[in-house]
Design a protein around this ligand. Structure first.
Ligand code: ADP
Ligand code: MG
Length: 393
């Protein structure tokens, strides 16, 4: 069901509580912000609220303070950076609870922006405690959720607060829901799903949910071993459960979607950065080795399938891309997707987004989701608590 967004409501003269994901990356030594892209992605929502005459109270988490005040996770640097990005003084509203915070938020004028202290300093946030949801609701007239990446968590500031305030999607949230939704309901065929990652057990739900929605599934990553076993090949020494093999067998037996498994794979005797890589046919994986990437013949067959696609969904690297000798398959697949100009391409998953980013290909993809775990749960067909509470259109 489509959700109402900030574009569907009148925010003029209203106070808006805006949940964002400003969980920025910081330099481990200096603590300085090293990557503020998460902040930049919510600027359109903030600018819209300002332009349309709302007073905005920003709420975010930062790091893992585990319900306690931790100095290095204060919002101070984030607040300062937001001020620079907007060319505006951001009011430090403290809180999230207490009279001073209520007064600071209550006295904001149209167009002004305030920021609360790290909401995860309060143990009630992750417990989704109703009393915090109520405290947050007291600060505003409307709730806007732009934090797709935390919307799979039922926390006070993502789900709870929507019990007490009308709740709509921010522009980033709306884009995530639109693009991930499109990927799962594509009328443009063929739809090709590229699925990899560390283990089949992590991805069974994704495969199950994608199967009736796609035409072709290209299998890579650690789960390749289970598919090789399902075909009656050795598959190497990786532990594969009977359930995983059964799931793989079922997929191979189904006519639609067509499931392709590697013809050749890159193997090593140990799971280590320094392991020597060797290329073997998929039916000749030595019993004492691990499948750590798809091989070049597989990459080129997968690339041909990708070239024919009109919609491409990618979740999970094809190999251990962090180590150069096992990165070839992931790179080839990323390049193939980037080269297909007729297809819509949607990437979900934290590691997969990282690969696209590292390869400098983000602009060549239609949508790279900002939600690691959240995008995975979306592709699994789960209802995300922070999305479910938003008003239906
Ligand atoms: P995402 O975060 O995009 O959903 P996953 O978390 O499922 O992706 O998988 C990412 C991890 O999978 C990477 O760290 C990568 O090294 C690992 N991986 C990929 N292929 C293999 C493999 N053949 N064996 C073990 N690990 C693998
Ligand atoms: Mg991951």
């Amino acid at each position: 069901m489509a959700k109402k967004t900030v574009n569907d409501i009148d925010v003029h003269g209203k106070r808006v509580l805006l949940r964002v994901d400003f969980n920025v990356t910081t330099d481990p030594d200096s603590g300085a912000i090293s990557d503020d892209s998460r902040m930049r992605l919510s600027l359109p929502t903030i600018n819209l609220l300002r332009r349309d005459g709302a007073a905005t109270v920003i709420c975010s988490h930062f790091g893992r303070p585990n319900g306690k005040s931790v100095d290095k996770y204060r919002m101070t640097a984030v607040r300062k950076r937001l001020g620079e990005l907007l060319g505006l003084e951001i009011v430090d509203a403290g809180g999230p609870s207490g009279d001073a915070t209520r007064i600071a938020c209550g006295s904001l004028k149209a167009g002004q922006v305030a920021m609360l202290e790290n909401v995860r300093f309060d143990p009630r946030e992750e417990a989704n405690d109703d009393s915090l949801a109520k405290d947050l609701a007291l600060l505003a007239d409307l709730f806007v959720n732009d934090a797709f990446a935390v919307s799979h968590r039922a926390h006070a500031s993502t789900a709870g607060v929507a019990k007490y305030l009308p709740a709509v999607a921010g522009l980033l949230m709306a884009r995530e829901l639109e693009m991930l939704g499109k990927a799962l309901e594509s009328k443009d065929r063929p739809v090709v799903a590229v699925v990899g990652g560390a283990k089949v057990s992590d991805k069974i739900q994704v495969l199950t949910h994608l199967a009736p929605r796609v035409d072709t599934v290209l299998i890579g990553g650690g789960m390749a071993a289970a598919f090789l076993r399902a075909k009656g090949f050795g598959g190497g020494k990786a532990e594969v459960t009977a359930t995983e093999i059964a799931a793989a067998k079922q997929m191979l037996a189904d006519v639609r979607p067509e499931t392709l498994v590697p013809d050749d794979v890159v193997v090593a005797s140990e799971f280590a950065r320094t392991s020597a890589a060797s290329l073997v046919p998929a039916n000749k994986v030595p019993d004492e080795s691990l499948v750590l990437d798809i091989g070049p013949a597989t990459s080129s067959r997968y690339s041909q399938e990708i070239a024919k696609a009109r919609m491409i969904i990618w979740n999970g690297p094809m190999g251990v891309f962090e180590w150069p000798q096992f990165a070839g398959g992931t790179r080839a697949v990323a390049d193939a997707i980037a080269s297909n100009r007729q297809a819509t391409s949607v990437v979900g998953g934290g590691s997969t987004a990282e690969v696209v980013e590292q390869m400098g290909l983000r602009e060549k993809f239609t949508h790279v989701s900002t939600g690691g775990g959240a995008s995975l749960e979306f592709l699994e067909g789960k209802e995300l608590p922070g999305v479910a509470v938003l008003i239906d259109r």
